[in-house]
Design a binder for this molecule. Structure first.
Ligand code: DAH
Length: 343
């Protein structure tokens, strides 16, 4: 009888060594500990066949074997669980398939507005101008009054904007930087001012509530309209080509007197007349004029001693002419297919 116990023990040790899964473990458990036909259960039935004095020892031995088998099976269940966790983790590592092609690193490109702004500023820097910037959140004073646009004056409407708290607003042009700069610096002054401006315009192919301008200001002893025309004509030739002609039409701006708009001969048809220039051969690109004595006075510059000229242009408009872009909204949609065409 005791040999039978030993044989079961040996059989169990061999069987459990080959178990790899929970299913195998469960069938092993049924084979040895199953209530109906389990080897241990069956062996209890043999108890009646042995001598009464051996019964307690025999019973004890069966119980010991049963406990050993029960504990070994429990331990094996834990081992199987641990192995399956490790397997899952190592599978996770394999999820990085090194043979897959890598993600493409998109290279960016200079935005066409940055390209044009840089180009224009560089042309003026070559002529001795210095690049200066000013705040986009401006006060009513600098956006209007300092530039000779009083509260009740109808020209305020053309420079209308978005109003913020406490008489602050989003600047509607870069001209306020003229006044800010002249308050702190005295002639000779020769600056170029790029920046964002805002207007409450409904968006369409040629209007945007936010766009970019470049302002210019030159103030010194004895500056005349001839200087203005000379500098701006050279600028137009450098930007659009040496054959470019310029013309100045009288216009009104509150901060300059006299004031003008400058046209360039159409860069597409060279003045013959086409769709881009509306058939008349000329394209308007900027506003300009001689700095109004009242503007000089508001910044304490003596207009009897000094005079100057100023000008302002829209960067989007120039970029659209230069590159043949027909919709201003393209600049602000961040579509790389558009932006990459200019790099
Ligand atoms: N500030 C004007 C505008 O936004 C442009 C301008 C015109 C600027 C004439 C000037 C100037 O400095 O002299 O329409």
């Amino acid at each position: 009888m005791f040999d039978k116990l030993k044989a079961i023990n040996t059989e169990f040790e061999q069987a459990i060594a080959n178990v790899c899964s929970n299913e195998e473990l469960e069938s092993l458990r049924i084979r040895f500990l199953g209530r109906k036909e389990g080897l241990i259960t069956n062996i209890f039935k043999d108890i009646g066949k042995i001598k009464p004095e051996e019964k307690p020892v025999y019973g004890q031995k069966i119980n010991d074997l049963k406990n050993l088998i029960t504990q070994t099976i429990a331990q094996k269940a834990k081992d199987i669980e641990q192995v399956s966790i490790e397997l899952a983790q190592s599978k996770g590592a394999e999820a990085f398939d090194l043979s897959l092609p890598s993600f493409k690193n998109e290279t960016g490109a200079m935005h066409p507005l940055s390209i044009v702004t840089d180009e224009i500023c560089t042309l003026f820097v070559e002529m001795g101008f210095m690049v200066v910037e000013g705040p986009e959140i401006e006060t009513e004073y600098y956006n209007f009054e300092a530039l000779n646009i009083p509260l009740e004056h109808p020209s305020r409407e053309s420079f209308d904007t978005f109003y913020l708290h406490k008489k602050n607003l989003l600047r509607s042009h870069t001209s306020p930087v003229q006044a800010r700069y002249m308050e702190k610096n005295k002639p000779p002054i020769q600056i170029i001012v790029p920046g964002k401006v805002y207007r409450p315009d409904a968006t369409d192919a040629t209007h945007s509530f936010m766009f970019h301008q470049i302002e210019g200001l030159l103030v010194d002893d004895g500056i005349t309209l001839a200087h203005l025309k000379g500098v701006l004509s050279v600028f137009a030739k450098k930007l659009f080509g040496t054959k470019t002609k310029t013309r100045f039409r009288p216009h009104f701006f509150p901060f300059t007197e006299p004031s003008a708009e400058m046209d360039v001969s159409c860069i597409i048809c060279r003045g013959k007349g086409c769709r881009v220039c509306g058939g008349n051969g000329w394209i308007e690109i900027l506003g300009a004029g001689m700095v109004h004595p009242k503007v000089l006075k508001s910044v304490n510059i003596d207009s009897k001693k000094y005079s100057g000229f100023a000008f302002g242009m829209g960067v989007e408009r120039i970029a659209m002419i230069k590159y043949g872009i027909t919709d201003i909204r393209l600049f602000f949609e961040n579509d790389m297919r558009f932006i990459k065409q200019f790099s």
